[in-house]
Design a protein around this ligand. Sequence first.
Ligand SMILES: *Cc1c(COP(=O)(O)O)cnc(C)c1O
Length: 363
Amino acid sequence: MIPFIDLKREYSEIKDEINSAIQKVLERGWFILGKELEKLEHEFSKYVGTKFGIGVNSGSDALYLAVKALGIGRGDEVITVSHTFISTADAIVRNGAKPVFVDIDPETYTIDTTLIEKKITERTKAIIPVHLYGHPADMDPIMEIAEKYGLFVIEDASQAHGAKYKGKKVGSIGHIACFSFYPTKNLGAYGDAGMIVTDDEDIANKLKMLRNYGSYKKYHHDVIGINSRLDEIQASILRVKLKYLDKWNERRRKIAKLYNELLEGSEIIIPIEKEWAKHVYHLYVIRCKERDKLQQYLFKNGIQTQIHYPIPIHKQGTYLNIVNEYLPATEKICNEILSLPIHPWLNEDEIEKICSLIKVKIT
Ligand SMILES: *Cc1c(COP(=O)(O)O)cnc(C)c1O
């Protein structure tokens, strides 16, 4: 069996370092808002190229708090995509604002920047582009539009740790950026965790209050916040893994290159990397006509695949009451996409096996 992801292989590569990092935290006896988190916030924001990092409990909370810190709420609109993980849109709705969905560019699967301006109204406050699958959204036109209309840009970089747009790391381009450290992400904790990065000191200070019960000093509260912190054990694990992120991203890129070579000449549509992009292949997503049949065939032959995502957000139960949009590219590709196994420990034999099975099925 070739699993979709295999975190046991990751752990066995860094076992001693992880164990001793966790042990240090246990012996120190300080578990929330301590030294490990402070160091991780510094190291990760430096890695991305921003001044401040604010550790939170998850990528979902990072997005929720980012929207909240900008004062966006009831009566406001936020532009984003429907072809993403549910949390991107939930962050808007949880703040009482309305998500406005823009279709995607079917080449990069990220927001189609030519369609954004049409969706801007007097109520629009922000744009949330998503660097989906590890490929950056086209940020220059997004930042130009944002400047023209006075909007904030929140990057959802949950799938793109280390990806670059025109030489700059994603997460350093918008006003705020959100990362998830869910275990399967390119940089993942061994539990839930997330981080918000920004260059804006006022926003950073506000976020530090919001993640800690709205408290600016112990037992003094100015705003209603939540409890959303990145704990010391997870921070210590992430500090170990951050050192390997670039190396592991390079392995992902090599795997994608081999997949591309082996799938060439078939009817499969392979992922592209724009000339301005450095893709970090959080996911390796192909497209084909009879997707469900291919997925079943691979499963019968011991290959686990997934679909990211089978139902666009604007077609999900609760959202049907909130929005009514027709997004042709989004609605078409969700029936064609298939995510093949990809992680830094996938070996050549496994990739060859997967590709030869696909080629037998689809010529
Ligand atoms: C994983 C993910 C999130 C949510 O992160 P969690 O840490 O699981 O809450 C949000 N947006 C995108 C694009 C993601 O891939």
